[in-house]
Each structure stands twice: as C-alpha cells, then as structure tokens.
Design a protein around this ligand. Structure first.
Ligand code: GDP
Ligand code: IMO
Ligand code: MG
Length: 432
C-alpha cells in the first residue's frame, strides 16, 4: 500500500507543483482531487517553466498516469488549452496518460462570467477570487444543477441540462448584473466539439482504477490544490475557496477509503503568502514584505496579482498539521530568506490582550490577532547551489529545528530553488 497525499499547509502557492513533480518521478499515478483552474502550479525542469492549472503535476513524467477525479471543477475549454500547450512542448504524447472521471463537474463559461460579475458588485467584502468561475461551478454541483463530464458524450442530455442550468442564471445575468442572457445553441455546439477532443481521456470509473493501482503495489500520489487556510469548512471563511482543500478531500473526491493512505505531506513556504482578501496575522506591509515579494517572485501564476507576504506563522502551521494529519513537512523557498539579518516566526496571537497559541475559531478574533514573534538570526549565504544537508549554514539549521520542534512534525524535504535538482532530502519520502 503506497498512497500519499500532498496538501498545501498555508494559503496556497506553497510550491506543491514543484514537490509533486519531483515526487512523481517515482509515482505510477498522480491524482488531482479538488479545485479547478484557480490553481497555478509552476514546474521548472532544466530551466524550462511549465504552469499547470488543471492537469496534475506528474504530467512531465512520460510513464506516470495523471488523473482528475470527481471533486474537481473542470473548465472544459481551459483543459483543452492546457493539453494543446503540453503537446506543443512535445509532452503528453499518449492520450491515455491523462484521464478525467466521468463524474467530475463541468465548469462553464457562464460560471466565470458570474464569478467576475459578483466580485465586481462587492465593495470591501470582495473575496478577491481568481475569476475562474470556481464558486458558481461548485454551487451548481451542490444544488444538483451542474453538468458532469459524462454529459458531454450524450448530446440530448447535455442540451437539456444546460437549459435547466441556465434558467435561473439568465435571470441573474439580465436582472441583476446587467448582462445578456446566455444562449445555449452555440455553447452546445462548442461543447460537442470539445467532447470529441476529450473523448480519449474519458474514464468511467476512476475510483476502481485507483484502488486497483494501490492494491497492486503501485505508487499513488494525490495532489492537493490551494491550501488548508482556504478550505471551505476550516479556512478563513468566507475568505476561502469553494472546495475542501484538506487531505480528507482526496478520499471523498476519489472514492478511496482512509486505510489506503500511508502518509500526508504538508507543503509550506519558509515564510507566508496570501493572494486575495482575508485575515493574514503575520502580513508585512514594509520593506521586508517587499523583499520577500521581489526575491520570492511572489506574483500569482494564475492571475499575476502580487501576493501579500509575511513571516512564517506556526499557529497556522500547527492548525494545518492537525486538520490534515500531516506526517511529513516539506519546506519550500528557504533560499528566499538569505540576506535578512534577523528572522521572525509567529508562535502565538495576542487577541484582546490575551496570548493564544491555537487557531482562533472566529474571523473577528483572527482579524484582531496581533502576532507574537520570536526572533532568530538570519544568514547571508546563497542556498540555491547547496546539494548536501551538511552544507547548510548554522542559522538555517537553527531555523529548521525551531520550526519542527514547535510543531512536533519532521521537516523531511527542504527546497532551495524552483528547479527539481534544488531539493534536499532529510528523509526519503514516497520510496516504499
Ligand atoms: P503551488 O500553487 O503550490 O504549486 O505553487 P506556485 O507554483 O503557485 O508557486 C510557487 C512558486 O515558487 C513557483 O514559481 C515555483 O517555481 C517557485 N518555487 C518552488 N519552490 C521553490 C524554492 O524552493 N525556491 C524558490 N526560489 N522558488 C521556488
Ligand atoms: P494553488 O493551487 C493561492 C484564493 C484566491 C481567493 C480565494 C477564492 O495555486 O495554490 P477562488 O477563485 O478559488 O474562488 O478564490 O482563494 N486562491 C488561491 N490562492 N493559490 C491558489 O491555488 C488559489 N486558488 C484560489 O486568491 O483569495
Ligand atoms: Mg499556485
């Protein structure tokens, strides 16, 4: 049995894509289980950058099967674009290397329009969504009005369901958002053309296939998108995404039982970032924040927006470890901290004059939380060329030890640059 789940332990963009790409050299199967094209996962191989939104980050490995399961909202035209881009790079040579579950939700152009229209009608309550239609697509799934992948292959059903899905939305578009009603004829036509192209990727029972792989001793990796603090149930609601992002989501989305999971790897940055609105207790609105943004190239891979930057927050990390059952941590972007004289780490929050060390349960408390910071020495050395753990400068080890001692979880992987080779292993993961 060898299934592992990779999740983001902060607010997304932790470097999950890089880690999954590195681990996928040993994986037989990589499965994307939630989110949609709001994700932007950047992989850098031999200096060449690939940004993936929907296709799992195992796709650069020709012998790894990649799969999208039920919990994902699939942008039909977006995924086709991604496939074409990969093919143009000489990748994804065999269609059967990328499978889509018949049961996964379809994200339609009208979901994106609704997402953008809603955000533009909000003032200070804006979520700062990616505008990729994620909220509206999940709403349709939950309200049982959504279309699923198998509908693409049944023209009559497709048309009928589309008309039903648009009934209410067209009223919203016309009466509230001052937009034209959505016409189905042209959309059905385009969807049927897309269906022809996507047919070779169709998979009727991904749950069965995944379980067979696990039972057959194959290595299976579940790739999370977004991050724990953006989880619809446990994140900084309502400033969250619309899907469950934590490890248990991998089970619900794929239809796999919990006994099949061997480890949960939590990916986190050596500092913290967030895109969009919502509380961020350790945010730095000063030159150190600017330093992290410019050295860390903290601009969104999906929207290009500047990411908010701040110190590493161990209260939040402890919370993420608890929610996900994280067994190993992977620390990314440690190289970015080189050059700072002193580092700060958040170990508690002062809320209404009282210091707490557990994640607060209300948004109000979180918004009023003042970080309690511990100072540690920084380092000047460039870490990007280091390929042995014993070459890490002393203050780096001090930083790493402080974190793993505080959160009582081992840091098993350390990333010191975007490239595959810039990865240091404290303990080999995903080997057996
Ligand atoms: P994801 O959404 O979690 O996959 O993360 P993103 O790809 O959106 O953002 C992470 C960014 O950091 C990407 O541009 C990566 O190429 C880059 N990256 C990943 N690991 C490292 C690292 O250790 N050091 C540096 N400097 N960049 C990294
Ligand atoms: P990856 O997989 C960082 C954020 C948006 C916004 C909120 C809701 O690359 O880590 P949505 O479009 O999902 O309705 O937006 O969630 N968000 C992300 N932030 N990384 C992501 O994905 C994100 N996906 C959504 O910025 O605050
Ligand atoms: Mg990202």
């Amino acid at each position: 049995m060898s299934a592992s789940i990779v999740v983001g332990a902060q607010w997304g963009d932790e470097g999950k894509g890089k880690l999954v790409d590195v681990l996928a050299s040993k994986a037989d199967l990589v499965v994307r289980f939630q989110g949609g094209a709001n994700a932007g996962h950047t992989l850098v191989v031999n200096g060449v950058k690939t940004i993936l939104h929907l296709i799992p980050s195992g796709i650069l490995h020709p012998n790894t099967l990649c799969m999208i399961t039920s919990g994902v909202v699939l942008d039909v035209f977006g995924v086709l674009d991604e496939i074409e881009k990969l093919k143009a790079q000489g990748l994804m040579k065999k269609a059967e290397n990328f499978l889509i579950s018949d049961n996964c939700s379809l994200l339609m152009p009208y979901h994106k329009i609704l997402d953008v229209a809603r955000e533009s009608h909000l003032n200070k309550e804006k979520i700062g969504t990616t505008g990729k239609g994620i909220g509206p697509a999940y709403e349709d799934r939950t309200s049982r009005r959504g279309l699923i992948f198998s509908d693409l292959f049944q023209p009559a059903t497709l048309k009928e369901k589309l008309e039903r899905a648009l009934q209410e939305k067209n009223v919203l578009f016309e009466k509230i958002y001052g937009q034209k009603a959505f016409e189905t004829t042209e959309l059905v036509e385009k969807l049927l053309q897309a269906a022809e192209k996507l047919a070779p990727h169709r998979c009727q029972d991904t749950s069965h296939l995944i379980l067979k792989a696990i039972k057959g001793g194959k290595k299976v990796l579940f790739e999370g998108a977004q991050g724990t603090l953006l989880d619809i149930h446990h994140g900084t609601y309502p400033y969250v995404t619309s899907s469950p992002t934590i490890s248990s989501s991998a089970l619900t989305s794929t239809g796999i039982g919990p006994q099949n999971i061997k480890q949960v790897i939590g990916v986190f940055k050596a500092y913290a970032t967030r895109v969009g609105s919502g509380p961020f207790p350790t945010e730095l609105l000063d030159t150190t924040g600017e330093f992290l943004r410019s050295v860390g190239k903290e601009f969104g891979s999906t929207t290009g927006r500047p990411r908010r930057c701040g110190w590493l927050d161990l209260v939040a990390l402890k919370y993420a470890i608890r929610l996900n059952g994280i067994t190993s941590l992977a620390m990314m972007k440690l190289d970015v901290l080189s050059g700072l004289d002193r580092l700060q780490i958040c170990t508690g929050y002062k809320i209404n004059g009282t210091v707490v060390t557990e994640w607060p349960s209300t948004l109000n408390e979180l918004e009023g939380a003042e970080p309690v910071l511990t100072e540690l020495p920084g380092w000047k050395e460039d870490l990007t060329k280091i390929n042995q753990l014993n070459e890490l400068p002393r203050p780096v080890n001090q930083y790493l030890d402080f974190i793993s001692d505080f959160v009582k979880t081992p840091i098993d992987v350390i990333s010191v640059g975007p490239g595959r080779e810039q990865t240091l292993w404290v303990k080999p993961l995903f080997n057996t």
